[in-house]
Design a protein around this ligand. Sequence first.
Ligand code: A2P
Length: 282
Amino acid sequence: MKTIQLNNNQEIPAVGFGVFMIPNDGPTYDATLAALKAGYRHIDTAAGYMNESDVGKAIKDSGIDRKEIFITSKLWLQDYGYENAKKGIETSLKYLQTDYIDLYLLHQPYGDYLGAWKALEEAVEEGKIKSIGISNITVNLWNKFKNGMNITPVVNQVEFNPFTQQRELRKVMEESNIKLEAWYPLGHGNKDLLENETIVSLANKYNKNAGQIILRWIYQEGVISLPKSTNPQRMQGNIDIFDFELTQEETETIQALDTGKATHNPEDPANETRLMGLKIHD
Ligand code: A2P
């Protein structure tokens, strides 16, 4: 698995297995174990997905050395604020059955964000977390929070795929050497994307499927992707993208597919209200 270097010199596997919306108590356990068997060494979960315990169990049962696996999790809004965040980190460590988390993100950009960030920074100093990052941060939100941070985030995990290329955000993140991570890298199964003519013709040329072309393109853009699949063949295929290379011209034809739009707008007050109301524990 190829890796990408973060601004603190940590290496992150370029493709991770995302477990968003896979239920706990079985399905996430099975999917994570299957992903590890298929060769994934980077699992992306979140307290808010409510499946960290299945991820932890699968990693333990896989028999793979903990040091070979890169675990990402995220703090949920309910646990923001300095004191709550400290507890939230401990809960993630407990569910994941580990004494350190490779990468821990602030999942959503609301509430007492900087109080929570301070707790993440301290957890880095204590060795409980190796790297910390942000998620769903727009340029405006970055400008709002950046001056209150001592440690520069290593990543910003946002919606990203050929239809949603986040050009302005990428430019701003690059200035601080913050890597982008792509959620919904395959457009969450969007047929218009997966059956797009440009993508399909490249898939035919390289004898790959549409998803592999998209994930290869994302890798060549220097963006970390977190594809999700519960289908064993596609799961395997989604990391089999390092034996071919798109030409410069081909990457540009995919760049031309950008709509400049995203399905999720973190600055929409309705999203803030909805997400702030989601409780994951008592
Ligand atoms: P499935 O689980 O049946 O493979 P995203 O990662 O952008 O959220 O997209 C996930 C969706 O894309 C899932 O519905 C998944 O379905 C589908 N998917 C995953 N990998 C591929 C692929 N290589 N080609 C087409 N669809 C895929």
